[in-house]
Design a protein around this ligand. Structure first.
Ligand code: DX5
Ligand code: ZN
Length: 219
């Protein structure tokens, strides 16, 4: 499985957003992680369709949209039209998760399911075939810059084992509190798509990205 870095632009400097995203691409990051918050599913509000439209096509990176939104099925079509390549919804936010995944696929986009730190990994079992990616939150969703919850490692392992037992090879993404110092543990536990906001965008973006890519390639 290929290891991929997905820098979260939540921690970027929005007055020079395009420049900063380009630096991550040039240093090897394959994805742009795009965090949408509605102020209801999570306490904060971030950004949405107009920002996505304006950065689409800026680079060749995959647009990885993480919807921290109640009943995200309402917005799937619009995010797909604005340039999402992957749309991840929260298990906890959907009344009918199966139908939400179908709506994502109907737009020709890959579907991901995210679980918050308190949600049992086993909740994903009915959907292991239907979704393309599984996102384990390693902080409570809502804000960048929080500390990695150590119990997340065991959750990643459990999910990777569950997938392997069924012979399913799919992406496990992990999001929250990941830096150069702990990314190796996250990869070792079985994740292959690494989100990092502060770890990439705070400080020297090129250097931070290159540092992550070296560790990702070594695994
Ligand atoms: C948190 C978001 C994350 C966040 C990660 O709710 O989903 O993607 O930007 O930021 P860091 O890497 O700073 O924890
Ligand atoms: Zn995210």
């Amino acid at each position: 499985m290929q290891n991929i870095l997905a820098p979260s632009i939540l921690s970027a400097d929005f007055k020079v957003l395009g420049d900063q995203i380009r630096q991550t691409e040039e240093a090897g990051a394959g994805y742009i992680h795009f965090d949408v918050m509605d102020g209801i599913f999570v306490p904060s509000i971030s950004f949405g369709m107009p920002v996505l439209s304006s950065i689409r096509g800026l680079t060749g990176q995959v647009m990885d949209v993480h919807l921290m939104v109640t009943e995200p099925v309402r917005y799937v079509k619009q995010f797909a039209e604005c340039g999402a390549d992957i749309i991840t919804v929260h298990f906890e936010a959907c009344e009918d998760l199966g139908a939400t995944l179908e709506a994502i696929h109907a737009c020709g986009v890959k579907a991901g399911i995210s679980i918050k730190p308190g949600t049992p990994v086993e909740s994903l079992v009915p959907y292991l075939e239907q979704a393309e990616m599984f996102l384990i939150m390693s902080v409570e969703p809502g804000f960048g810059g929080q500390a990695f919850i150590p119990e997340s490692l065991e959750r990643i392992r459990t999910l990777r084992d569950m997938l392997e037992e069924k012979g399913i090879e799919k992406d496990i993404e992990v999001d929250g509190g990941i830096y150069h110092s702990n990314v190796a543990e996250v990869l070792k536990a079985g994740a292959n798509v690494i989100v990092s906001g502060s770890g990439v965008y705070k400080g020297d973006i090129r250097e931070n990205t290159t540092g992550f890519m070296e560790i990702l390639k070594a695994y």
